[in-house]
Design a protein around this ligand. Structure first.
Ligand code: FE2
Length: 187
């Protein structure tokens, strides 16, 4: 039996496995970005589901970094969650830790934006406003080229994601900035 999980249940599940504020913040950002893209790409009726995928995609990362995207499948199955949610979460480790390829457009968006939101967030923090509201693509591109800047945000993954979507890198960056503007939290 699989069950549909509510946003409240997903938040509780997330907080059972993630205590680190950085991870919780990342989950919230990716959830908001996924919700935005669902609407922007014509999947408005699925926006709640896209948001859940964003919220739970890194569920296993804090406790099982060595088994990232593998352990999450086990945890989600134990929780009785839907297979499409499990596939979506696991597929963001494609070509890294798992051989589960992003298939649905939602999965490609997750793949392309997961690392990129980290890089864009890091660029925003360098600005006086510390915000993405006035952030432009060219500022991101400048930092993007510097491999040592936000080095943990894999340019390979971002570019592979853009390729999966058939988007130019600038287009992906621009749309992801717009997405992040809709869900920026005041710190
Ligand atoms: Fe992530």
């Amino acid at each position: 039996m699989t069950k549909k999980i509510t946003k409240q249940e997903a938040a509780e599940l997330l907080e059972r496995y993630n205590k680190d504020a950085f991870h919780l913040r990342h989950a919230a950002i990716v959830a908001g970005v996924m919700r935005y893209f669902a609407g922007a790409l014509g999947y408005g009726e699925e926006a709640d589901f896209w948001e859940l995928v964003g919220l739970l995609h890194d569920l296993d990362f804090e406790l099982y970094p060595e088994e990232h995207c593998m352990k999450v499948q086990e945890i989600m199955r134990k929780e009785g969650l839907e297979e499409r949610l499990i596939h979506a979460a696991a597929s963001h480790g494609y070509a890294l830790t798992v051989d589960i390829e992003p298939e649905h457009e939602m999965e490609k968006i997750l793949y392309a934006t997961d690392e990129l939101t980290g890089l864009i967030g890091a660029v925003a923090l360098m600005r006086p406003s510390k915000s993405v509201q006035d952030l432009e693509v060219k500022s991101v591109r400048k930092k993007y080229k510097t491999a040592s800047f936000a080095a943990g945000c894999s340019r390979d993954v971002i570019e592979r994601g853009a390729q999966m979507l058939g988007w130019e890198l600038d287009e992906l960056i621009e749309k992801t900035i717009l997405a992040m503007r809709t869900c920026e939290q005041a710190d």
